[in-house]
Design a protein around this ligand. Structure first.
Ligand SMILES: [Zn+2]
Length: 256
């Protein structure tokens, strides 16, 4: 077993714990740094041994040490998910700049998944910081030329989704897509390129379709967070970028 793989999984657990704080607090307009971690029910200040990812949850039996209120499974699950995403990034790309880019995208995806599922919010800060970090990585990989070509793709996919949103808003006479979804698609286009970025819009909608049908059939409100489907589709396509591009070429080549 690769030592770095295990190391990145453990590092991912800790980052996942931090991403929960980011998603929760920024969605509620709170400071990330202050106050320190505490129980949301009784305000009990958590000591270091209550802050170890997954381990503390198991050791405390999933309850706050003081008030015994249940701690949401969201915490250990998203910590494990982040650990796995970091490890998968290394498994696919090895020790490389692409691995780092994959880790940055994974991080944006985890935070967006939590904040959109729970609060229907996609945080601007997360998209901006993610884009800046990826830009620095691209600069190292291929200089300004590479950044520029990715930037064009990002803007193109952003505009494509913007048009879909504006048309959808008119057709349904209500907000069809959130602004957060449109902004997130800039980042998707930025890392996927135009052809795969276009496919990303279709795969995200396809993934969301069963849930949308379920909600309509149950006659609940027809509002659903689209972010989780966008980030799952983004990660799957990014990890298989070369394969998907080859498929597109094969398909178009056969048609021409
Ligand atoms: Zn408590």
């Amino acid at each position: 077993m690769d030592v770095i793989l295990i190391y990145l999984f453990i590092v991912g657990l800790f980052f996942g714990s931090f991403y929960n704080v980011v998603a929760e607090r920024l969605s509620n307009n709170e400071s990330i740094i202050f106050p320190g971690s505490h129980c949301v029910n009784c305000q009990h200040k958590l000591s270091w041994y209550e802050l170890i990812p997954v381990f503390s949850y198991i050791a405390l039996g999933g309850k706050c040490k003081k008030c015994k209120k249940h701690i949401s499974l969201q915490y250990p699950l998203s910590e494990i998910a982040t650990g796995l995403l970091f490890a998968i990034s290394y498994h696919i790309y090895g020790f490389s700049m692409m691995c780092l880019i994959s880790i940055i995208i994974s991080s944006v995806c985890v935070i967006t998944f939590i904040s959109d599922c729970k609060y229907m919010i996609i945080l601007d800060e997360v998209i901006v910081i993610g884009s800046i970090l990826i830009t620095i990585a691209y600069l190292f990989l291929g200089g300004f030329k590479l950044v520029l070509s990715h930037l064009i793709s990002g803007v193109a996919i952003f505009l494509l989704l913007l048009v879909i949103k504006l048309l959808g808003d008119r057709a349904f006479n209500q907000e069809s897509l959130g602004w957060g979804d449109v902004k997130l698609s800039f980042l998707a286009g930025y890392v996927l390129g135009i052809p795969v970025g276009t496919i990303y819009i279709f795969t995200s909608s396809f993934l969301a379709l069963p849930y949308a049908i379920y909600k309509t059939l149950r006659k609940k409100d027809n509002i659903l967070p689209f972010g989780p489907f966008l980030v799952i589709s983004l990660l799957i396509l990014f990890w298989n970028l070369d394969g998907v591009l080859r498929l597109i070429r094969l398909y178009l080549g056969g048609r021409l």
